[in-house]
Design a protein around this ligand. Structure first.
Ligand SMILES: [Zn+2]
Length: 331
């Protein structure tokens, strides 16, 4: 539990017990001292809550308070959209999956229903768009955006409560993803951006043993480490990323190019073919990727560039696939 959620826990106890926060903190500290620090602040807070007859697990969180990895959460939200039910087959058995967007006064979150009894409520219109629902025992998962997953142990039911001004915006997990406008020299970052320009690949020679850049002396390839070696050709690709905050030049080598172009190491000759490059370019431009790399400053052009070491396409179906893998289901 992070410091932030601990603070919220203390606030919740204080509110429910109608006591000042300082008082709650003092009691938690006293409890810990009595146990010679063998209990965490959260643990002590939970013990205190139990003593004060406050049932923490029955208290609702706001969507903005939820973080990836949190389990058994209860929230109240308004269904702002229900997506079409997806079907998939595994071992001749058909499975279904229902997705909806839920919002409260703080944020919106995608909710994934895996259990047939929950999906049935959607099918029979027992639960529909604009309904306020109470969800219990959901798990927060996800890679980029947090999602609320409901399994057989979860509950979703209609509520009479009203949510006046739902916020219809999902939060991005800013701990993981940086905006391109915030690039800091020499830092390693992951960003989510669209490729808006790709240039022709260029090629250079490296040592076939260690991958270091080589020089040619009297037509012999010389590695600074291995002396005379067999040269190996490597590709370098420049492209431009845009995430809406900034437009940044990116550089990729070998495996990253292969991943982006969907080719293998042996296909390096294909990269020299302009027809191949044009067709790949038209395929890739405008697509969104999740990219990790190091920020380096290019003094010549007086700008930050991103040297990519990992790339994958952002696929909205991806998280569904991840979940399916977990459940050993083929989509
Ligand atoms: Zn070498």
């Amino acid at each position: 539990m992070g410091e932030e959620s601990y603070k919220k826990l203390v606030e919740k106890i204080a509110n429910s017990a109608n006591l000042p926060i300082e008082d709650i903190e003092r009691r938690i500290a006293a409890k810990r001292a009595r146990l010679s620090g063998l209990i965490s602040p959260e643990g002590a807070a939970q013990v205190l809550a139990a003593e004060l007859n406050i049932k923490l697990e029955q208290q609702n969180f706001k969507i903005s308070e939820l973080s990836i990895g949190k389990r058994k959460v209860n929230i109240l939200g308004k269904i702002i959209q229900i997506y079409p039910i997806r079907k998939f087959k595994k071992n001749d058995k058909e499975y279904e999956l229902s997705t909806l967007m839920l919002a409260d006064e703080t944020e919106a979150i995608k909710v994934i229903l895996w259990d047939t009894k929950h999906i049935e409520k959607i099918k029979t219109n027992e639960i529909r768009e604009n309904d306020v629902v109470e969800i219990s025992n959901g798990d927060i998962r996800g890679t980029l955006n947090k999602e609320l997953h409901l399994g057989s142990y979860s509950e979703i039911k209609k509520s009479d409560l009203i949510i006046e001004n739902p916020i219809i915006r999902e939060s991005k997990n800013n701990e993981i993803v940086s905006n391109l406008i915030d690039l800091k020299q020499n830092s390693f970052i992951t960003t989510r951006a669209t490729i808006v320009q790709i240039y022709q690949p260029a090629f250079f020679n490296v040592c076939s043993q260690c991958g270091m850049k080589i020089t040619f002396e009297h037509e012999k390839a010389i590695c600074p480490k291995h002396e005379a070696v067999i040269p190996k050709e490597r590709a370098i690709l420049n492209f431009v990323l845009d995430d809406g905050t900034e437009n940044v030049r990116a550089i990729a080598f070998g495996e990253v190019i292969n991943e982006l172009y969907g080719i293998t190491e042996n296909d390096i000759e294909m990269l020299k073919d302009s027809g191949f490059n044009i067709s790949k370019k038209s395929e890739i431009l405008g697509r969104e990727y999740l990219l990790s790399g190091k920020v380096r400053f290019n003094a010549l052009f007086d700008r930050n560039e991103l040297v990519i070491n990992k790339i994958r396409e952002v696929n909205p179906e991806e998280i569904i696939k991840d979940m399916a893998t977990e459940l050993k289901i083929e989509i």
